[in-house]
Design a protein around this ligand. Structure first.
Ligand code: ADP
Ligand code: MG
Length: 480
């Protein structure tokens, strides 16, 4: 068997919990870890006579994602009932969107190394979450706190071609929803859950193979592992002359394998029909205008601006756009920075010194004790040669710790860099006189001794000598 003869095709369905204060169709609050069944109401419980009222905050969130993915947005969409019987769903149906979803035909751009892959989206629709069943020994418990929490479901076209790409897609969506502020996207709390549809076909074949669906994967790592495993499993079956069953499988991360859960139900098993209790979902012009007004510059365009306009290295640009707060911090520092050619230097200081200090202290960038303006001021001191890079790091450390302005620290410590020849030349001459053996060696061809002389001058100035000027002066004098 050879994996190389086959081509995997993957389509993802990702559920994202929206960051609203109340549930999708009723006023109960949302709080992770609250006592079981404390966040319910007649609508969530499906009591007769209770009517759903749609929470408009969830619409704002879904629209922001729709716009950010270039989707076509339906001015008038509707909610449908998707029926299935399960204890975590007391109504006997889930409110979702079926034939008229809010968004269609969008796309999400994914950064793969230095290139951008555009993944087409079939749809993004609104729905409510189900509750949770918990099985303890022979007893099952039902907690309905999660029931009714608003979700969007993002469905990709079958265009993802590897497990790596699928994991990158999930990371990109995770970053985007956080960037837009529409979800906390806390993976540990199940705010972002993925169903992966996987099929394989022989290379050159245009028809898609039969797919299986891996349910409810809640980490980037598991998505990758589960898909890789599924591709290998399917290739082995097809290559051996077998047929893939259309089924839903469950990934067991501990065992590193999947097992069948059920054969796949078809849409008509769900008996979808428009929910008669809810009016059509109408997107008013003023709501749309507000969503557009609030839309930030997105991660991928920002990555492109950083690499193409500012000349940042792709890795650095990718780290900066990893989180909106970090990219915003960098942009604020850049705006404060008078030296317009040095975006790279500024990025370096932020990515190494600042992130290093923040990580060591376990502090988020948004809570950085050092402002973007302060970082810029420090970098200016180094760039203009007022202090050396090495001393810059010490000043950084003190400014980070005390909040004092870099310039004040430099003045108090008396560590300005010495660049003027009048001061440096006598020092250099002393070093030459004091080390006749090394001078002889250097002049005899041992060029590696040069750093020894630079070191001596640095020692004599407590590291304050400008290394470039020092090297020039030393070279001239060592020639003889
Ligand atoms: P459902 O899962 O509800 O039946 P769809 O038929 O619309 O819904 O498909 C859902 C997902 O399955 C989409 O992400 C789509 O890209 C993906 N998909 C469909 N056919 C295949 C296939 N042959 N191989 C891999 N993914 C597929
Ligand atoms: Mg599905």
């Amino acid at each position: 068997m050879s994996l190389d003869d086959f081509e995997p095709v993957i389509g993802l369905e990702i559920h994202v919990q929206l960051a609203t204060h109340a549930k999708a169709f009723s006023p109960s609050g949302i709080e992770f870890g609250a006592p079981p069944n404390s966040l319910t109401d007649p609508t969530v419980l499906g009591l007769p006579g209770a009517l759903p009222v749609f929470n408009a905050a969830a619409l704002q969130c879904a629209l922001a994602l729709g716009v950010a993915t270039g989707s076509q947005i339906r001015a008038r969409s509707r909610f449908s009932r998707k029926h299935y019987f399960y204890p975590d769903q007391p109504k006997g149906y889930q409110i979702s969107q079926f034939d008229e979803p809010l968004c269609e035909h969008g796309h999400l751009d994914v950064l793969l190394g230095n290139t951008v892959k555009r993944v087409e989206l079939q749809r993004i629709h609104l729905e409510e979450d189900a509750g949770k069943n918990m099985h303890v020994g022979s007893v099952s418990h039902v907690d309905l706190n999660r029931a009714g929490i608003p979700l969007v479901e993002v469905v990709t076209a079958p265009v993802i071609t590897s497990a790596d790409e699928a994991a990158e897609f999930m990371r990109s969506l995770h970053r985007l929803v956080r960037w837009l502020g529409i979800s906390e996207a806390d993976m540990e709390r199940g705010h972002l859950r993925c169903d992966a549809n996987v099929s394989v076909r022989r290379k050159g074949e245009d028809r898609l193979g039969t797919r299986t669906e891996l349910k409810n994967i809640n980490s980037f790592k598991f998505v990758q592992a589960a898909i890789e495993h599924e591709i290998t499993r399917q290739v082995r079956i097809v290559d051996g002359g077998g047929r893939i069953e259309r089924e839903t499988r469950l990934w067991d991360a501990n065992a590193g394998q999947s097992a069948p859960l059920r054969s796949k139900e078809e849409a008509n098993d769900y008996r979808y029909f428009p929910d008669p209790d809810l009016p059509p979902l109408v997107v008013e012009g003023r709501v749309m205008a507000e969503v557009l007004r609030m839309l930030p510059e997105l991660p991928v365009p920002r990555f492109q601006r950083y690499t193409q306009e500012l000349g940042l290295a792709a890795d650095d640009a990718k780290t900066l756009v990893g989180e909106r707060a970090l990219a915003d911090y960098f942009d604020a520092a850049l705006a404060a920075h008078p030296v317009k050619t040095s975006a790279r230097t500024l990025a370096n200081w932020i990515l190494t010194e600042l992130l290093g200090a923040l990580n060591a202290a376990g502090v988020e960038i948004a809570a950085s004790p050092m402002t973007p303006e302060t970082v810029s001021a420090l970098v200016v001191l180094v760039e203009t040669g007022a202090i050396s890079g090495k001393i810059g790091k010490e000043i950084f450390e003190e400014s980070y710790r005390t909040g004092e302005a870099p310039k004040t620290i430099v003045e108090r410590r008396g560590v300005t860099q010495i660049s003027d020849e009048a001061t440096l030349v006598p020092l250099i001459e002393q070093v030459i006189i004091a080390n006749p053996k090394q001078v002889e060696g250097y002049r005899g061809g041992k060029e590696s001794l040069f750093s020894f002389f630079v070191g001596q001058v640095m020692k004599a100035t407590q590291g304050r000598a400008n290394p470039v000027v020092t090297a020039e002066l030393l070279k001239a004098r060592l020639k003889g």
